[in-house]
Ligand binder design. Structure first.
Ligand SMILES: Cc1cc2nc3c(=O)[nH]c(=O)nc-3n(C[C@H](O)[C@H](O)[C@H](O)COP(=O)(O)OP(=O)(O)OC[C@H]3O[C@@H](n4cnc5c(N)ncnc54)[C@H](O)[C@@H]3O)c2cc1C
Length: 463
């Protein structure tokens, strides 16, 4: 016990620098504090915490400019929310229905396996393919299989084009032909390897010990509430307007150069945690030449994405729009990737007589559309809203948000880039990467991965 105590104590006094105050950096800080480790600083280059999480709120509308769907299925995420004394708001019953566009018509997606098989959303052939998937022994053609090839091999083309393709557009803003099944959906990949079937994997795999029933949640003032609470908890540790510009490793310590209001300061740390997006890594110099070269060769695509949030008077929409949202398969040849029905998702998002929704455009499917002017994008969006919902009247509110680099794509060559990140971690013992480009893009993935890395770093269990 004595020996362990000193090992633990030494870990407790180690000074840690966290670079970036998005959800990854803040969750890392939360986990350190939870383990009674207060000796750390979070450097954030901008004037606010949260990274891509940002809620728009005015006297009439409340909506997310970044992530909308906070899906939780793990006790540890819920525990964090409870520790922060946050009050969860759950989606309204009116948001239960989800739609996929087929033949220019929003089709309700059945929400159980049985109702799915009895619905007319997919053909009889595809239903048989689903039922026969457990017997499918077709092998992948190569190790780096795409999401498209994986699901086409296990099911068929219709399954990919009408279910997988729109789902990937709605999550990664991505293209299933260029994403790696192994890295983007490791669970599916593992199911096939272990059980020879995805269906069997779902039925037979053991429930992870921390798993809880999946639910989509938000907070009364939107996702920003999570960020405000984490920022309050970490207020002594957070330094805003502080851009880390270089990391030097000397005698098993790290020297960080930080630009604070145009002044450069140097600080010494025992451990460094990097949570900044890959596309920002080129602005961060590593003085270890090998690591710096490796870092400069890491290329992970973050396709551009635009979101248009519109509100219409209910009387100006031919048919009521209720549900969670609509996903648009590429084969439907529309401008838009999907629509989230914000006012039927959560209460108090728009005046009662209005319908508020956010439309997504661009991503890997049509990157050039995302960077058009606001006027041009709105025109394209309105064309699709007219053709899908018959909306011809003018909205009472329109706002545009452009994401020049939205979500990291776990592409077919992703393993090479992951290897480079791991090699840098080995070169610079004590430096860790955690962020949405490792281990999943969703908010819950980011939170859990940051917690896991924090536990590893402070070696809490004396492992
Ligand atoms: C438009 C959009 C919609 C999304 N929708 C969803 C959704 O509905 N559900 C979901 O689960 N996920 C969604 N995601 C994904 C999810 O939001 C992200 O994966 C997650 O928020 C990323 O958090 P992060 O902390 O890893 O990175 P970031 O949020 O990018 O944070 C990194 C931080 O590092 C800072 N930084 C950069 N360089 C430096 C430097 N040199 N020094 C100091 N600080 C620096 C940045 O300013 C930033 O604050 C969405 C993402 C986008 C962009």
């Amino acid at each position: 016990m004595g020996k362990n105590y000193f090992k633990y104590y030494r870990k407790m006094i180690e000074k840690v620098a966290i670079i970036g105050a998005g959800i990854s950096g803040l969750s890392f800080g939360y986990q350190l504090i939870k383990n009674n480790h207060h000796n750390f600083t979070i450097y954030e280059s901008t004037s606010r915490c949260g990274g891509v999480i940002s809620t728009h709120s005015d006297s009439k509308y409340l909506y997310e400019e970044g992530p909308n769907t906070f899906s939780i299925s793990d006790k540890r995420t819920l525990q964090m929310i409870n520790d922060l004394n946050l009050e969860i708001v759950y989606p309204l019953d009116s948001s239960k229905a989800r739609y996929i566009l087929r033949n220019n018509e929003p089709k309700n997606i059945p929400n159980s396996f049985f109702s799915f098989l009895t619905s007319d959303f997919i053909s009889l052939t595809t239903k048989f393919k689903i039922l026969k998937e457990v017997f499918n022994r077709k092998k992948p053609l190569n190790e780096t299989e795409s999401i498209y090839d994986f699901f086409e091999r296990r099911f068929n083309k219709e399954f990919v084009e009408y279910l997988v393709n729109p789902f990937i557009a709605g999550t990664f803003s991505g293209n299933p032909k260029t994403l790696s099944i192994k890295h983007a959906f490791p669970k599916m990949y593992d199911f096939e390897n272990e059980y020879k079937s995805i269906t069997k994997g779902f039925i037979k795999s053991k429930k992870p010990p921390n798993q809880i029933k999946r639910s989509i949640i938000s907070f009364k003032s939107g996702m920003e509430e999570l960020i405000i609470s984490l920022s309050k908890l970490l207020e002594k540790q957070i330094c805003l307007n502080s851009k880390v510009i270089s990391i030097d490793n000397v005698d098993s310590k790290f020297l960080l150069k930080i630009s604070i209001n145009n002044e450069i300061i140097t600080r010494v740390y025992d451990k460094v945690v990097v949570t900044i997006p890959i596309h920002k890594l080129n602005e961060l110099k590593l003085t270890d030449q090998d690591s710096n070269d490796l870092k400069n060769n890491i290329v992970i695509d973050y396709p551009p994405l635009s979101t248009i949030t519109l509100s219409y008077k209910k009387k100006d929409i031919p048919l009521p729009i209720n549900g969670f949202g609509l996903l648009v398969p590429e084969i439907e040849k529309k401008n838009i990737l999907g629509v989230l029905y914000l006012s039927s998702m959560f209460d108090y998002r728009a005046p009662k007589d209005e319908t508020l929704f956010t439309v997504f455009i661009g991503g890997s499917r049509q990157p050039s559309l995302a960077s058009l002017s606001k006027k041009e994008i709105i025109k394209l969006v309105k064309t699709d809203l007219k053709s899908i919902y018959g909306i011809i009247n003018q909205p009472v509110y329109v706002e545009h948000k452009y994401w020049p680099q939205s979500i990291p794509q776990y592409s077919l060559d992703y393993q090479n880039h992951l290897n480079s990140l791991k090699k840098i971690e080995r070169n610079l013992n004590g430096l860790t990467f955690t962020g949405n480009y490792i281990g999943g893009i969703s908010l819950e993935n980011n939170i859990l991965n940051a917690m896991k890395s924090a536990n590893k770093l402070i070696n809490y269990n004396y492992e």
